[in-house]
Design a protein around this ligand. Sequence first.
Ligand code: SF4
Ligand code: SF4
Length: 366
Amino acid sequence: MERVLVRKVSDLNAAVAEALDFLGYDFAGKRVWVKPNLLSPHPPEHSVTTDPEIIRNVVRGLRARGAKDIWVADNPGGGLQRNVSSYIAPTGAVEASEGCFRSISETPVTIPTKSRFVSEFRVSRIVTEVDIVLSLPVFKTHALTLLTGAIKNLFGIIPGAQKSYLHTVVKSSDEFAELLVDIYQAVPVPVLTVMDGLRGMDGQNGPSGGRVLGLGTILAARNPVALDSVMAMMTGVRPTAIPTTRIAAERGLGPADPAEIDVTGDFAVIPGFKLPSTRVAAMASGIAGSFVYRMIQRRPLCDKKICTRCRRCADNCPATAITMSPYPVIDRRKCIMCYCCAELCPEKAMTVPGPMRGLIQNITGR
Ligand code: SF4
Ligand code: SF4
């Protein structure tokens, strides 16, 4: 039986301390990679990145528990950032790391995998230098994977353009989910999770442009699959509705059956939580087969009223499907529907439309 803590937060310091104790891991003398979600340079109130006060309290909690080395690090989305601390400064993570922030994007190493898509992963060296990864994902939706939780947060062990490349080796959101589970399985050290649900995000345009909630919660678990299962249950769906959770459970990496999870604390289903409408697409895929699924897959749309023509989407499209003319124009034949452009747009100008729009796009070719 795997255990998961769900705690409503009134005192963050106390809640993080409870979460670290709940993990039941002896951090004394250990080298710890604290792995927040630092996707892009958004301020904390956008709920795109891990709240800096959670990072601060985790660092202090690890120091108090005698951790030997503590490194706070992540690989932001998009291409390689030469100066990560400057790039993600708006998130507040560097200051909150209290001297433990480390840039990890350069000098990657390879680690083996049994993935059917690639023979090895090029990852940040830090993953081979630590005893444990303490992952700090944010409770939010994702247009491609429905939810982005404990397993998805480990995509950040891969630096720079490698992430984009991996989007090109899969053909569907289910295959991408499979690849994410491959990455989790390739991590050579145990992974513990404390999830930031202080604000949370739902809706169509997670992980960076969805609706910011006010959940006031943190979660913790030794097993990432169990944690993701409880996260799914809080959003009102079966854990197996989330592809990464289903695939990981099928591989025996953790439970997706609520009967096999001991939930402690303040579990509650979040009223009105909205998953991306790709949920509809995934369900249709299961019910009606891949033709229907293909017909309702959607290409992102650019809102020219908001777009600043910064080129970030074009520069980071894995399929080089975007040209600037002068606003982003997506070549529908090249687009692999990875949604990196929407994920990385700093203005929330690039968004993922609903399945009906996808149907229109596929019928009209526009
Ligand atoms: S859609 Fe977003 S990322 Fe792309 S050019 Fe416009 S503002 Fe920049
Ligand atoms: S246009 Fe956007 S969704 Fe399409 S391949 Fe490029 S980054 Fe991915």
